[in-house]
Design a binder for this molecule. Structure first.
Ligand code: NIG
Ligand code: FE
Length: 425
C-alpha cells in the first residue's frame, strides 16, 4: 500500500466531526473548526485528525501535503444537480425578465420541454462530452460528491441513455457521482396532448422505465417534480412508492413555486430529502422536523428566477429541520456550478450562519444522499474527501461573493481537482 498522506500547515481544519447522520436544528451550529491539527489519510479514508507535531512524529514516512496556511474542509456534497443536458436556455432569461413566469414558458413548450427536445437529438457520447467539463467546474469549486439527475429524456430510451451517461461520468472522473432517476420531471408534450396522457405517462414510468432503471442499477434514487401543473401529490406518491418497492431511495422537488403539501408527502413517505421548499407551509416544516427527511435548499434557483421568495430556512432550523444546501445546477433555473456562491446565498439570503452553511454543504448534503455514515466529515473512518481553500478563515468561503478559491480537492484520497495535482512532497 502507498504511503499515507499527511495534510499539514492548515490555518484551520474544519472537521464537521460528530454523529454520522444529518444534523438537525441547533446541531448545525458547530462546524468543528480546529487549529494546529493535521489530517492523516490512508488509502481511501481519513485515519486520524490530531495535533500536527504528534501526527508527524508518529508517521515519519507519510507524504506531506503542505496546506500553506489555507483552510481545509470536507469536500462539498452537491446533492441536487441536473448536470446532464444539451444546450443552455439563455433565451428564457429575458422572457422572464419581461414578465413571463417560469410555468408559462413551460406551458408554451419551452422550459423543461425545450431541454427534452434538445437532449433527444443528442448522441450519448456527446452528452458525456458536454457534461464532463461541467462536473469539472463543480470539482474546481470544492465539490467532491455530486448527485446527477436524469429528467430531460422523458422516454424509456432517453432516460436510460441519460443514466448511462451518468454511469460513464462516474467511471471517468474522480468525483463520487450519485445518479437519480427523474423520469417524472415533466409530462412530455406528446402525452400532454392525449386525453388519458397523464395516466399513460405515469404507467410508463412505473411499469416500463422504473423496472429497467432498477434492473440495470442505473440510479440510487428516484425523484419527482411534485408541483401544481406538473405531477400531483397522488401521482408523486404512486411513483415514489413504486420506486421504493423497486429498491431505490426517494426524493422530491417539493413546494418549489407553490405550496401544495409536497413537503408533507416527503415526510410521510420517509423521503431521504425534500428539495427547494421556497413555498413550504408551516405544516410542511413541522412534518419535516418530525421526520428523517433532509430539507435541501437551493437559493441560486430563486435568485436566478428573479423571485423575491426564498425558503424559510431560519424557521426550518429553529423547528429542528436538517437543512442541506445545493446548486440545483441546470440549464433552466440555476445555471451555476459555483458552490461557494451557494454558501454566500445561504448566509445572505437564507440567513444561515457560516457554520450552518458549511454543515449544510457537507454532513447534511451527504445525508441527503444517504451517505452520512462515511461522507461529509474529516474524522477517522470517513472517506478522505477534502477541499483546500486559499483563505485564512472559513468565514471567507461565503464572504467572497462569486469567487472560487478552491486550491485543490481530493475524493477518496485521490486528487479530484486539479487532477494532475502534485502538491505532495
Ligand atoms: O430544480 N423544478 C424542476 N426542475 C429544475 C428546473 C429544470 C429546468 O427548468 O430545466 C429545478 O428548478
Ligand atoms: Fe432541481
Amino acid at each position: 500500500m502507498s504511503a499515507p498522506l499527511l495534510f499539514v500547515g492548515a490555518r484551520q481544519v474544519v472537521t464537521c466531526a460528530g454523529p454520522a447522520r444529518a444534523r438537525h436544528g441547533a446541531e448545525m451550529r458547530d462546524a468543528g473548526v480546529r487549529t494546529g491539527v493535521a489530517v492523516l489519510v490512508r488509502g481511501d479514508d481519513v485515519e486520524d485528525v490530531g495535533p500536527e507535531r504528534a501526527l508527524a512524529a508518529a508517521h515519519p514516512h507519510a507524504a506531506i501535503i503542505d496546506c500553506a496556511g489555507g483552510v481545509l474542509t470536507p469536500g462539498f456534497v452537491d446533492s441536487h444537480t441536473h448536470a446532464i443536458f444539451g444546450r443552455p436556455r439563455y433565451e428564457e432569461q429575458e422572457l422572464r425578465a419581461a414578465g413571463m413566469p417560469y410555468m408559462e414558458i413551460a406551458r408554451r413548450g419551452g422550459g423543461i420541454h425545450a431541454s427534452v427536445r434538445d437532449l433527444r437529438s443528442q448522441h450519448e457520447d456527446d452528452l458525456v462530452v458536454l457534461a464532463r467539463p461541467r462536473l469539472g467546474q463543480l470539482a474546481a469549486s470544492g465539490v467532491t460528491t455530486v448527485e446527477v439527475k436524469s429528467g430531460y429524456g422523458l422516454s424509456l430510451e432517453h432516460e436510460l441513455a441519460t443514466l448511462r451517461v451518468a454511469r460513464r461520468l462516474a467511471a471517468a472522473l474522480p468525483m463520487r457521482v450519485v445518479p437519480t432517476w427523474l423520469g417524472a420531471h415533466e409530462i412530455p408534450l406528446e402525452f400532454r396532448e392525449r386525453t388519458r396522457g397523464r395516466q399513460e405517462y405515469v404507467e410508463l414510468l412505473v411499469h416500463e422505465m422504473l423496472p429497467r432503471v432498477a434492473a440495470e442499477r442505473l440510479a440510487r434514487f428516484a425523484d419527482v417534480f411534485c408541483e401544481p401543473g406538473v405531477f400531483t401529490i397522488e401521482e408523486s406518491r404512486e411513483i415514489l412508492l413504486a420506486a421504493r418497492a423497486a429498491g431505490l431511495g426517494v426524493k422530491l422537488h417539493a413546494d418549489e413555486l407553490e405550496s401544495s403539501g409536497a413537503a408533507e408527502l416527503a415526510a410521510q413517505i420517509g423521503a431521504t430529502s425534500a428539495d427547494h421548499l421556497a413555498a413550504v407551509s408551516d405544516v410542511g416544516i413541522a412534518a419535516l422536523a418530525a421526520a428523517d427527511t433532509v430539507a435541501t435548499l437551493l437559493p441560486a434557483t430563486m435568485l436566478f428566477l428573479g423571485r423575491q421568495q426564498q425558503a424559510p430556512a431560519r424557521r426550518m432550523i429553529e423547528s429542528g429541520v436538517a437543512v442541506a444546501l445545493a446548486t440545483d445546477f441546470n440549464p433552466g433555473t440555476s445555471p451555476t456550478t459555483n458552490f461557494p456562491l451557494v454558501l454566500t446565498l445561504g448566509v445572505s439570503q437564507l440567513r444561515l450562519s457560516c457554520a450552518e452553511a458549511i454543515v449544510a454543504a457537507t454532513v447534511n448534503g451527504a445525508a441527503a444522499l444517504g451517505l452520512a455514515s462515511n461522507v461529509g466529515q474529516l474524522a477517522p473512518g470517513f472517506s478522505a474527501d477534502l477541499a483546500l481553500w486559499d483563505v485564512e478563515d472559513v468565514r471567507e468561503l461565503p464572504y467572497w461573493l462569486g469567487a472560487g478559491r478552491c486550491r485543490a480537492s481530493w475524493t477518496r484520497g485521490k486528487p479530484c481537482h486539479p487532477r494532475d495535482l502534485a502538491l505532495a512532497s
